[in-house]
Design a protein around this ligand. Structure first.
Ligand code: FMN
Length: 479
């Protein structure tokens, strides 16, 4: 049975020893964020903060729902100890399966247990955390699912975008111009001076959040991908003040409209590359029209920062599988792609069956032709396990020629302004650069000149390998 809700999943996390309930009162102003950060940095459990300063009993904050590979495995109902490769393979198998959502009556939807409409709306009734010192404000949307709709086709887009509270009924957000949220807004609402309905969902089932982080193609219905990934339809219900459809078991749904004639300062924020984003910038302004929520609501937080955390792990999974498919379509003879969480989607490892400059150029072209979140691409031979960074680094250090093996390309108008190493001018112009490291043996080399790797599996003959393996227990060496 798939998890329908954040709460169901937390029960399983608790049984599996993956949840800490913090009963001591914790301050929303920095303390919860700092605890979340320290916990991530020590690969600790998901957290449920059960008593928040200034808030009544029952108003809670969670952190780190799927912030480790074991919790991602559990969210997909796999064994907790599944390897990253197994999780990738399972996700790749399931993500293209489409199961249409099931629509619930409003009276059956837990997210409608409590409803605030119009003037009753007061976001400060919820324990929105000030996550990091130096954040521009209290972020209510960090681990969220944000929904907006293309009025021409009725396509409802799901994405994950941060949102900060300004007042009791105004939020500001910063969907990048390359996001599908901005694509719809700039195509169908802003030019006509029309408010755009939006729903910001906190605490849905875990896979809805993971899919919200994924770069699913425009006009695809992400709710159907979630169904496929879960093996069961996701249950949706209509909003109170728009025709947007939201996960019915969510903890909190904030309904609103992006106002076409307003901007509001947003940020700074402790961002996903692991650094505080620059100064405040002009964000979109959302007037909140309603909030619906479960009794004893849980505000989902992620204390985003240096990896690994929910963000770098989800991106590792969803981006790598999408890139593998894209590279294949682009004619790259790819075996596997790994996006190490530690590289926060800046660093990608690509295994290929045939390496060399031509293949590496194709890899670089693939990455520089599109919306650019990545910048360093290590191309390795098929004998290297892309999921094993010790093997990848050894390969990079020993096979990448510093003169011939490094290919790079500049581009303009498409880079990610949050990438820390770009200077202010480059960020303004969205000017970027991509590099590919050809860490493969040149395909034109005769077999005789390719150095033999000096490892147990490769430098000995079959006879001695079998002998050592068969006798291993008799040597008295524990590995
Ligand atoms: C925690 C978290 C916060 C994010 N915040 C933003 C954001 O504020 N703006 C943005 O453009 N992308 C943000 N992203 C990245 C998007 O979620 C991601 O690019 C996703 O593919 C967007 O959906 P889309 O492809 O439908 O635009 C965030 C990702 C994570 C994991």
């Amino acid at each position: 049975m798939a998890f329908n809700s954040h709460r169901d999943f937390f029960e399983v996390l608790e049984k599996e020893g993956e949840l800490a309930r913090v009963k001591k009162e914790v301050d929303w102003d920095g303390e919860a964020g700092a605890i979340g950060r320290k916990t991530y940095e020590n690969q600790g459990p998901a957290i449920l903060f059960e008593k928040i300063k200034d808030y009544p009993e029952g108003y809670r904050i969670s952190n780190g729902t799927t912030g480790t590979w074991s919790r991602v495995a559990l969210s997909m109902e796999m064994a907790k100890k599944a390897s990253v490769r197994e999780i990738y393979q399972e996700y790749e198998k399931r993500v293209d399966i489409k199961i249409p959502p099931k629509i619930l009556k409003k009276s059956d939807a837990p997210c409608k247990e409590n409803i605030m409409l119009g003037d009753e709306v007061d976001l400060h009734q919820f324990p929105m955390p000030l996550i990091h010192e130096g954040d521009g404000g209290r972020y209510v949307g960090t681990w969220d699912v944000v929904i907006n709709k293309d009025p021409e086709t009725n396509w409802q887009n799901w994405g994950m975008y941060r949102f900060m509270a300004h007042t009791k009924n105004w939020l500001t957000g910063w969907p990048q111009t390359t996001s599908q949220f901005a694509f719809i807004m700039n195509k169908s609402y802003l030019p006509y001076n029309k408010p755009m309905p939006v729903a910001i969902v906190l605490g849905a089932d875990p896979l809805s959040h993971i899919i919200a982080t994924a770069g699913i193609k425009p006009y695809e219905n992400e709710a159907e991908n979630v169904g496929g990934l879960r093996g069961q339809a996701v249950e949706l219900v209509q909003c109170e003040t728009s025709d947007l459809m939201v996960p019915a078991h969510a903890e909190i749904v904030i309904e609103g409209e992006v106002m076409p004639d307003q901007i509001a300062p947003d940020g700074p924020f402790g961002e996903y590359p692991g650094y505080r984003s620059g100064t405040m910038c002009a964000g979109v302004a959302v007037k909140v029209t309603a909030v619906t929520y479960r009794s004893k609501p849980i505000v989902t937080m992620i204390a985003l920062g240096t990896p690994p955390d929910d963000s770098s792990i989800a991106a590792s999974l969803t981006a790598a599988v999408a890139m593998k498919k894209g590279l294949m379509r682009h004619g790259v003879p790819v075996t596997d792609v790994y996006v190490p969480p530690e590289g926060v989607t800046h660093l990608i490892v690509i295994g290929v069956t045939k390496g060399g400059t031509e293949t590496t150029r194709k890899v670089l072209d693939y990455f520089t032709l599109r919306r650019i979140m990545t910048n360093k691409h290590i191309v390795v031979d098929a004998d290297v396990d892309v999921f094993n960074m010790a093997e990848v680094l050894h390969c990079f250090a020993t096979r990448c020629h510093p003169g011939r093996g490094i290919l790079y390309e500049w581009y303009e108008g498409r880079s990610n302004s949050l990438t820390p190493f770009y200077n202010p001018e480059e960020r303004k112009k969205l000017k970027g650069c991509s590099v590919a490291f050809d860490s493969t043996w040149p395909p034109e080399w005769e077999k005789e000149i390719v150095p033999i790797k000096s490892s147990f599996k490769t430098i000995f003959g079959k006879e001695i390998i079998d002998k050592v393996n068969n006798n291993w227990d008799t040597y008295g060496i524990k590995l």
